[in-house]
Design a protein around this ligand. Structure first.
Ligand code: BEZ
Length: 210
C-alpha cells in the first residue's frame, strides 16, 4: 500500500476539469474526498458520478471538497460530464482529474496490476484538514460504491474529532455513541447526556451533536 491511514497524503499538480490545481492548496482547510474511476464513458462510473453530483450539498454541509479521477484526459471528462448530467439529472460541480499518464493514480496506489495494469480500481480517500489520510476504501471495477457510507464515515470522523467518543457498529448520526475509555465514568456523566455503562469498557451516551 502506498498511502496508509494517518499519513500526510501526497501533494501533486494536475490538470482537472476546473483547471490546473496543486492538491494540498486546493484542499485548503477543508476535508477532502478523492475517488478514482477506472475509465470514462463506463456505465457504473456514470451512475457514481451522477450520485456524487446529487449529493454535493451533503458534502458541502460537512466542509468537504470532492474530487474525482479517471485515467482519461480532461477533454474526455468534460464531454462525458454532459452525458452524466443528461442521464442522471445533476451537473458535475466538482473537479475531475485528468490522469492519462497515471501519475496521480500511481502516487496513491490506485492501480492494482493484478486486477488491471491500465485501469484504476475504485479507490476512495478521506483526507482531514491536516491533510492526513483518515479512510481508504478499495472496490472492484464491477461494483458501484455506496456514497451514503462515505458521508456516514465523514460524520463519524468529525464527531470523534470534536468529542471523546467513537461510533459503534452500523452507527448513524443521532444514534448512541461509545464514550472513549480515556474518560472516567464520573467525567462522562457530567459531559454526556444519557450516559450508561454496560461494561466498564463499553459505555454509551447520546450523540452529543443530536
Ligand atoms: C464501469 O464503470 O461500468 C466499469 C468500468 C470498468 C470495468 C467494469 C465496469
Amino acid at each position: 500500500m502506498v498511502v496508509q491511514l494517518g499519513d500526510i497524503v501526497p501533494d501533486f499538480e494536475a490538470d482537472t476539469t476546473v483547471g490546473k490545481i496543486r492538491f494540498h492548496e486546493w484542499l485548503g482547510d477543508s476535508w477532502g474526498v478523492l475517488f478514482s474511476h477506472p475509465k470514462d464513458y463506463t456505465p457504473v462510473c456514470t451512475t457514481e458520478l451522477g450520485e456524487v453530483a446529487r449529493l454535493q450539498p451533503e458534502f458541502d454541509r460537512r466542509s468537504t471538497k470532492v474530487i474525482g479521477l479517471s485515467v482519461d484526459d480532461v477533454a474526455s471528462h468534460l464531454k462525458w460530464e454532459s452525458d452524466i448530467e443528461e442521464v442522471r439529472g445533476h451537473a458535475v460541480g466538482f473537479p475531475m482529474i485528468g490522469d492519462a499518464d497515471r501519475k496521480v493514480s500511481t502516487l496513491f496506489g490506485m492501480i492494482h496490476p493484478n486486477a488491471s495494469d491500465t485501469l484504476t480500481v475504485r479507490s476512495v480517500f478521506i483526507i482531514d484538514p491536516a491533510k492526513k489520510l483518515r479512510l481508504e476504501m478499495t472496490y472492484p471495477a464491477s461494483v458501484g460504491r455506496n456514497f451514503a457510507e462515505i458521508l456516514r464515515v465523514l460524520d463519524a470522523l468529525q464527531l470523534s474529532d470534536a468529542f471523546p467518543v467513537v461510533t459503534p457498529v452500523n452507527w448513524k448520526p443521532g444514534d448512541e455513541v461509545i464514550v472513549a475509555n480515556s474518560v472516567s465514568a464520573e467525567a462522562a456523566r457530567k459531559q454526556f447526556e444519557g450516559f450508561r455503562e454496560v461494561k466498564s469498557y463499553l459505555r454509551f451516551a447520546k450523540d452529543p451533536k443530536a
